[in-house]
Design a protein around this ligand. Sequence first.
Ligand code: UDP
Ligand code: UDP
Ligand code: UDP
Length: 469
Amino acid sequence: MSSPAADANDFRSPHVALLPSSGAGHITPFLRLAASLLSQNCRVTLITSHPIVTQAESNLISSFLSSFPQVTEKQFHILPLDPASAASSKDPFFLQWESIRRSLHLLSSILSSLSPPLDAMVSDITLISSTITITKPLKIPNYVLFTSSAKMFSLASYYSVLSESLSDSTKISEINIPGIGAIPRSSIPPLLLVPESLFATMFKSNSDNLRQFDGIIINTFDQLESKTLKALKTGEVAGGLPPLFNVGLIPHDFERKLGLGGEGAEAVSKWLDAQLAKSVVYVSFGSRTALSREQIRELGEGLVKSGYPFIWVMKDKAVDKEDGEKLEGVLGAEMMEEVKEKGIVVKEWVDQVEVLRHNSVGGFVSHCGWNSVVEAAWVGVPVLAWPLHGDQRINGEVVEGSGLGFMGGNWGWSGEVLVKGEEIGRRIKEMMEDEGLRLRAGEIRDEVRKVVGGTGDDGLKQLIQKWRA
Ligand code: UDP
Ligand code: UDP
Ligand code: UDP
């Protein structure tokens, strides 16, 4: 029989503060985690860093807050970087991560003033070496949310063992991770091979601090990465890591209010309804990856050559607020005509999950940002992987290894290779015609749905139990 104290704990609502960094790929899993915690009766304080880089992030946060008025938002106003640091990268998100990291000493007073006191804080992986110095003196248990695959986490956790030997990066042909296997040089995030880059510096400092945390939350499913998760949980990959909780962070209703909105959304939905089942290719490279103009035009040609109808979300700039060029200016008048006959091209934010789950959609050409992979698994849509940056090739390997999809080919990192329309069209056809692949993607969806979401999720249950104790 359980004690009265234990019974009381079963109903206690732990208070958790969530600290995402920046980029829709980071905000989204944090908000999904928040929604899952709220459904399990937790109190949530969301710390939002201002100024916010993109409109998409602002929209996600607003929609979340209006769906969950019980959440406390704490706006955190970050300091601008000094000019030398601001010149250390061209990537607006890396710079924002660095600004947040350097401003975190200002967060102490916010955290200590929260009422009731915090039972835990969850920090974005990109910020952890700085957040730990704030939560330690306040004695607030701190958990990491890792926003990429477990396979990428195996690299992050093994990295601190290895980073000395990475200093002469020209000599590296692969990284052999115990329990996981070799990550070939061609799959290592390119900036990790530039040890003085801002990304590599942050990555090392964060990896070195993982062992100081109370737990690590990874947004993944056993159905995608069971072997990797086992190797991580048994300590085969790296010793001394805190407990690991895999929690599948799945789409929630608050995301559905976004998208094209109004007439645009209606037009897409009507068009999709009119297509044959499983005949449409959905193409998106996420929230922050812009292709070159030349590559955009080859992709347009590939889509037309594939012979399948398509919805193509095109990005011409990494930050949405700077993406002012009209579609025709990017594609050229002639290609614009051709493309319009066969499919829909948009430059605005679309509700990706809403599109992917439509019965007409039969395949996804994806850069393999991790949230996109999670969403493809959740809806059971096959993926043609076209990784372009950072962790995306490692994620693409997870896609291929699980049978959810396959890699396009030796297509290089962004800007290294101009992939021709002919080849793109051929690979799309291959994806759309592969019955076995479609069945496997459907199996993954069915298996995932048996265990993920709400109370069925063991990782989430264990985590909340720990916070209630
Ligand atoms: N980038 C991107 N998607 C990603 C990661 C990076 O489009 O997922 C872009 C980013 O906006 C920037 C460039 O890639 O323009 C960063 O690459 P670079 O090698 O120039 O690194 P940096 O010197 O900026 O750190
Ligand atoms: N990452 C990490 N430590 C860091 C920074 C990043 O482990 O200090 C991981 C994180 O999971 C991130 C992934 O590396 O999602 C890839 O980073 P990328 O440059 O592609 O940017 P993102 O796509 O996350 O914006
Ligand atoms: N997304 C969306 N509509 C868009 C572009 C992106 O809904 O027009 C969502 C997508 O569903 C995913 C997130 O934004 O949840 C992008 O994260 P991901 O990790 O796939 O890639 P990133 O943008 O970080 O490269």
